[in-house]
Ligand binder design. Sequence first.
Ligand code: ATP
Ligand code: MG
Length: 440
Amino acid sequence: MYLSNYFLPILKNNPSEAQIKSHQLMLRVGMIKQSSSGIYSWLPMGFKIMKKIENIVREEQNKIGAQELLMPTIQSAEIWKESGRYNDYGDEMLRIKDRQGREMLYGPTNEELITEIFRSAIKSYKLLPQLLYHIQWKFRDELRPRFGIMRCREFLMKDAYSFDLNDDDAVLSYNKMFLAYLKTFQRLELSAIPMAADTGPIGGNLSHEFVILAESGESKIFADKRIFDIKTEKYSLTNVSLKNMRNEFEKYYAVTDDKFNNKDFESKVLKNNRLITKGIEVGHIFYFGDKYSKALKASVDLQDGKKTDVKMGSYGIGVSRLVGAIIEAKFNNNIMKWPYSISPFDVAVIPMINKNDDTNLIKAENIYNKLKKNNIDVLLDDTDENISSKLKKFDLIGVPYQIILGKNSEQDLLEFKEIDKEAKQLSINEIIKILTTKKK
Ligand code: ATP
Ligand code: MG
């Protein structure tokens, strides 16, 4: 992509309406555009990053055997009346009437709809367990939409639902998801702490929020710092291993404000290990047993001819919120550095261009073509801005690697730079090698 063709409407200054850095940067660089309160369009760069995040989320769901499907955004009010949540959900639910006067709604979550899909298809215990998910837009008419796409009204969520025969199997599904979440956030270079949480309007008895540390976060968190030292690589998807993993996490105190109890905190966590800070919730998992299956009559036949209500859990990740959360975690000293796995481009080529001498531009185009041939996604700044404003602009765009062609770039060696590190002199082949290895 040539920058002169790229739809990246960069603003000169930080927009005054944004209070936190992710919102500022996303508007400044032109990743999103507000269309009305809490509703945004995703412009090419923002959209590309979100899609990459979505794909990592998807891969980790598939790895634990979850199956992807797609439910609609608009739902009928009927099933919500069956579960009893139509009234309970309150003003956060956007209610709509169609031309026949039927009550519809824009889904804020999908427990009812997935249960209805499940109950019409699965009648026997032999077809359990089932683990289903989709990645779809949600609408919640938040009282105070704020912080850009972090707390907005229309947002992209991955929501998964598990259906099991009994509590033990259901906890196994829950634990698989727990590990999948840790792996997803690791691939996004985030350290997310699982925190014991209240179950809120979704109801139930077992729940964890996955929270990343950030000053701008809305959740207050109280934790034992040692929770950060847990290594998840040693755990696998077997029942025993997953139980050990949960036990290891549960050894350490880690809660958000709704579960906080000062007495417990002070007795369980030594002074030096206490961490009191703020965080952003990026995921939330629940086990709620037969809460919905009972109300919606989702039962299966057992071997002895009896019936039992299935045990369910639900598991959300804020895919669009993650874009902002990653900026909150990675934007430092006015430099944004996207994790390579979700970066909008693999590398940027930034030549100093003289109006009456196009040697550097030609050289840059040759490099660009070579990189492209090697499947490297490259952004070439072919504009005639001066080099220092180009570099400032790239500090905001956040492509993690740069090839800079300055005045004195030598014949064969190129200035190759990781955005927040010292430059190195390397040949184009060495650069290609580094970038292709990174991609794997
Ligand atoms: P919050 O406490 O932030 O309102 P929640 O408990 O209502 O979140 P869930 O119902 O568990 O959220 O939804 C799953 C995930 O969807 C959350 O962990 C979050 O990442 C994301 N999410 C929820 N509400 C919003 C929103 N208004 N804007 C963007 N993302 C959201
Ligand atoms: Mg909420």
